[in-house]
Each structure stands twice: as C-alpha cells, then as structure tokens.
Design a protein around this ligand. Sequence first.
Ligand code: AMP
Length: 233
Amino acid sequence: MQFSDLGLSEKVLRAVEDSGYTTPTPIQAQAIPHVLAGRDVLGIAQTGTGKTAAFTLPMLCRLEQGRARARVPRTLILEPTRELAAQVEESFNKYGAQHKLNVALLIGGVSFGDQEAKIMRGADVLIATPGRLLDFFERGKLLLTGIEILVIDEADRMLDMGFIPDIEKICKLVPFTRQTLFFSATMPPEITRLTEAFLHNPARVEVARAATTASTITQVLVASHGGGDKRET
Ligand code: AMP
C-alpha cells in the first residue's frame, strides 16, 4: 500500500513526501479512504500509531475547497490536553505548509485576546480543549454552525479527565450533518455509549485490541482451592 493509493490530493502527497514517509501506517491505510469519502470513522488506536496524520491528511484535502468566514470555523478538533492540542497544530503546520490555511488553537493558559483575533480572521481548523472552547462559545465569540468535520481525539483520556459532559454539549452545538472522526485507545462502556449517540454508521478501524494489558507486566495464574483457602493462597 502506497500513500498515492489512498486518494489524497497532489498537494498533500507532496507534503507526505517532504515529511519522509514512505508507507502509510495501518491506521492511515484503513482510515484515510473513509475520511475522504465523507464517512464517520471510529478509530481505535493509540498515540504512536500515526493516527494524527490519519485525520490531518484527509482533512487537508477536504479543506482545499472553500474558505473560512470570521468567527465561523470550518473544522474542529478536540484534544484533552494543551500539549496534545499543540502537537496537532504542529502537524497541520507541517503537512499543510502549502495550503495557506488558518489554524487556531484554543487552549487554557493563553491570553483570550490573541486567540480571539485568530478566530475573527476565520479559522479553517480550530484545535481546542473542551473547557476553553465552551468558554469562548458562551461568551459569544464563536459560532459552531459552520463545522463540517468534528474530530474527537483521545476520547478515553477525555473520560479520565471528566470531559465527557463537555463533549456531549459540544456535539449538540455542531451541525447534525457534520462528519465525525472519533479516536480512542480503549473502548470502555461510557465511550461506546458516546459513539452510539454521536456517530452515524461509522467505519470502525482498529489497530489495537479494545483492551490490551501492558506488555511490561508478567501475569501468572495461581489456583486456589475454593472456600476459605483463597486468602491463604
Ligand atoms: P501519532 O501516532 O500521530 O502521534 O504519530 C506518531 C509519529 O509517527 C509521529 O512522530 C509522526 O511524525 C510519525 N508518522 C506518522 N505517520 C508516519 C508514516 N506513515 N511513516 C513514518 N512515520 C510516521
């Protein structure tokens, strides 16, 4: 499988070549054609599998048509932490060097003024942590009615950090007809419920088992003989 088999645009293929990548990773090979076809995707993959490029590259292709308007971003990527949000911004800057897109980052700990200026200019890509995004929305600084693609990344970490109510709120604020790309390393029941509520007939792409044990831990089975023997064993 080559990058050129996936349906990516010339500009994006050039960016991939400039990055020095020769072959797509499994999550990229499986997810990119679905994203380009406009389907919702449920990606079960951990950091390090190349999942950032699996959504960034096809999003760049989709963004080649159309323009952003002031205060109305076209795509939204939700990340659990400022650091992950900044890494995704870096990926857009790297792969989208030829695209001249406006990428805005909405994260805590940065002044509202600078972030607002970027949104005012019209953001093609808005990368945000859930709390800061809702804060902006509630102050009337931002409209979510133009979102064409919503990415929810690291969903199981969002769950650990208590962000699920915010995610549900945001999913209800973006248009029903948007495309949703949802990534999680594991699929606990709360995450499954979220995907059932907010994804429409998603293509499921899995590169790691839904729940795998840490490979650094040796597990052994010791049989106890029932009754009161368990504690003793
Ligand atoms: P991620 O899982 O998105 O955090 O990506 C992990 C690392 O893999 C990043 O440093 C990427 O630059 C790199 N990477 C992504 N796709 C490829 C690829 N197809 N070939 C080689 N490296 C890649």
